[in-house]
Design a protein around this ligand. Structure first.
Ligand SMILES: *Cc1c(COP(=O)(O)O)cnc(C)c1O
Length: 647
């Protein structure tokens, strides 16, 4: 280690790590870098003394022989988020002298895992916090799990007759089930079925908004929105209900201008527009009780507090204040009652509570294997030229010229090889020399004030690719599909300075299976700084804020399937401050194959028959045959991801 590096090492502090990875910027108060250089979880920021060391969680997962990758769920974080949103509304409502109540619902499409929904319902009980469903399967779940008669059940999405009957069953069971009309024909169907069954529905109307959300999902509003009624349809719907003697069933006005709204102004605009529609309907004689402002409360995934797509330029409190004060102002001007406020925040409730822990299982270096490049008389002049360059690198030389020459020789060598002018061996030597020259060029410019543009790109082309045991299509699908930034951080070793950097690749056979956008020092970088780690010990990376959508939208690309999951509860009396409450086994190979219509048990029989045949003709010994049969069955029953167990 030279002196400079030595200084860097002693000067590196946890604050430097924090600046590099921005953990407290995106962590929402739930994550921090501990003094020992490990990521710590703060399950309930209001009880500030409880800290869970993620390393301890990983150690326990290993002791339990649970294979990685693993989804880790922190139920306390989920509860904290529910309490936080409800308490913030309570505070702002009382501070504003607002006369309506807050009656939030959690849209289960954001994460339908039963344990997640149960935890949210339980934490929301004191607030009469409800659920939202957008499809028949979700409605069936919500009917069974939202059994608080005071909490709302909001039904969005396109509906058929069965959907509507299920909603009316909910009314029979004494629940506040609101059927939100997304398109006009649903209303005529609802009126028909309600009259047939003689059950009084609670009706909501979804308005197509003019106010545009910014960001990825701005198509959720405007004329071409997929859902909702335009103004003339809203008037027609209200009048139809009145004519059918069901005017008093109309209780709710709904809008939703898109998910992950980066810009607070869009929220203010929408609240204004929605409040005016509400007020006018009330003045037309409809006693609406609720205004549902939908979802959209954003998450600061990149920690920049900006209007970037992966961020938001407001806090939860500002969001709540804009909703409540905006609604109050319009209602007071219009002289109508303050309605109860519904929100459908999903992302904001669930994003922080889960993360994916994956193991680094290999490092792919761009320069491959360095082979012996010593000179031979027969060397082609392209190889001689490259060697000459490599042998004469000193501080006097013009490194930009070296870069240009080496790049040119390499291109020429590639052509020469295709034209059968140089041999495979010569090409291999040229490649080795080229990469060692590039490393020197990069080193020369380190810390320099001016770095030529092409040399800057060396940082990326010389960086490693860390092969990680997970599938991006299963665990972080938005990072592939819509370029969503998700925080990725090494779980340990952050008290020491990074020694290397690289991008991540997953284990699918798909070149898109990679992550090469990270938020480093508050800016987007293509490589992740990595602390030193030993290849004898497993090294873990955390993919954070995966609790919203990522958890449940993953697909079966390469048949990897769902991850093993552990559910963590904090527990103050435990020496480690936590315990694993539940282990949910991930997909087995058998399971993913049967989803694709295979018959794993007959496959096993078939393989056994083939092995038996080889045994009968003496190609495999009988004992060996039994072992191979068992092994095939063992793999069928096993986990789909790489087994990195060294035992
Ligand atoms: C998806 C969706 C939500 C959830 O939005 P978030 O931005 O995750 O809070 C709420 N309401 C409706 C109608 C939705 O389609």
């Amino acid at each position: 280690m030279n002196q400079q590096e030595n200084q860097a090492q002693t000067a590196w502090s946890i604050e430097d790590a924090e600046r590099t990875y921005g953990v407290s910027s995106w962590g929402g108060g739930y994550f921090e870098i501990g003094k020992n250089g490990n990521i710590h979880v703060i399950p309930d920021p209001r009880l500030n003394d409880v800290r869970i060391d993620m390393k301890a969680v990983i150690d326990e997962i290993r002791e339990e022989n649970i294979q990685f990758p693993v989804v880790v769920r922190f139920h306390d974080v989920l509860r904290s988020q529910v309490v936080n949103l409800n308490e913030t509304f309570r505070e702002v409502i009382s501070e504003a002298g607002y006369r309506g109540k807050y009656r939030g619902v959690y849209p289960i499409k954001v994460n339908q895992m039963r344990e997640v929904v149960e935890e949210i319902v339980d934490a929301g009980q004191p607030y009469d916090y409800g659920l939202e469903a957008g499809s028949k399967p979700e409605l069936l779940a919500v009917l069974a799990y939202n059994n608080n008669p005071n909490a709302l059940t909001i039904l969005n999405g396109y509906k058929d007759e069965e959907f509507i009957k299920l909603a009316l069953l909910g009314r029979k069971l004494g629940r506040k089930v609101v059927v939100v009309i997304e398109k006009f024909s649903e209303l005529t169907l609802l009126i028909k079925v309600a009259k047939q069954l003689d059950i009084s529905p609670i009706v909501g109307l979804r308005a197509k908004m003019q106010s545009k959300g910014q960001g990825r999902w701005q198509g959720s509003s405007g004329e071409r929105a997929k859902f909702g009624l335009n103004i003339s349809e809203i008037i027609k719907a209200a009048r139809l209900l009145e004519k059918e003697g069901m005017g008093e069933c109309l209780k709710l006005l709904h809008f939703h201008i898109g998910s992950q709204l980066p810009e607070i102004r869009a929220i203010k605009d929408a609240v204004n527009e929605g409040a005016r529609i509400y007020a006018e309907l009330v003045k037309m004689g409809f006693a609406l009780e609720y205004v549902d402002v939908g979802g959209g409360l954003g998450i600061d995934y990149d920690g920049s507090k900006s209007t970037a797509d992966s961020s938001r330029n407001y806090s939860v409190r500002e969001y709540v204040a804009d909703v409540i004060y905006g609604m109050r102002e319009m209602c007071d001007l219009e002289g109508v009652e303050h309605p109860n406020i519904v929100t459908e925040s999903g992302r904001a409730i669930t994003a922080h509570h889960s993360c994916v822990i994956t193991e680094v299982v290999g490092e792919i270096k761009p320069d491959g294997a360095h082979i012996d490049t010593s000179a031979a008389d027969t060397d082609h002049f392209l190889l001689k030229n490259m060697r000459d360059l490599a042998d004469h690198l000193d501080d006097e030389i013009n490194y930009q010229e070296v870069y240009n020459d080496a790049t040119q020789y390499k291109e020429q060598a590639s052509d020469a090889f295709k034209l059968r002018v140089i041999s495979l061996e010569e090409l291999g030597k040229i490649e080795t020399l080229y990469w060692s020259i590039m490393r020197k060029v990069k080193q020369f410019y380190r810390g320099a004030e001016f770095v030529p543009e092409e040399v800057q790109s060396l940082d990326f082309s010389l960086s490693s690719q860390y092969l990680c045991n997970f599938s991006i299509f299963q665990s972080a699908v938005d990072s592939w599909a819509i370029d969503q930034i998700l925080p990725v951080v090494p779980i340990t070793g952050l008290h020491t300075p990074p020694v290397n950097d690289g991008s991540l690749v997953d284990i699918t056979c798909d070149s898109d299976g990679k992550i090469d956008k990270f938020v480093i020092e508050h800016a987007i970088d293509h490589v992740l700084p990595m602390p030193a780690y030993s290849s004898d010990e497993p090294f873990y990376l955390g993919l954070f804020l995966t609790g919203a959508y990522q958890d449940v939208m993953g697909d079966m690309h390469n048949l990897f399937g769902r991850l093993n999951e552990v559910h963590i509860f904090s527990y103050d009396d435990d020496p480690q401050d936590f315990y694993i409450e539940e282990f949910v086994k991930g997909s087995s190979v058998e399971h993913v194959l049967s989803v694709m219509q295979y018959h794993p048990s007959s496959m096993a029989i078939d393989i056994k028959r083939q092995i038996d045949k080889e045994v009968s003709i003496g190609n495999i010994k009988p004992r060996e045959g039994v072992k191979w049969t068992d092994f095939y069955e063992h793999c069928l029953a096993g986990y789909t991801y790489l087994n990195t167990d060294k035992k």
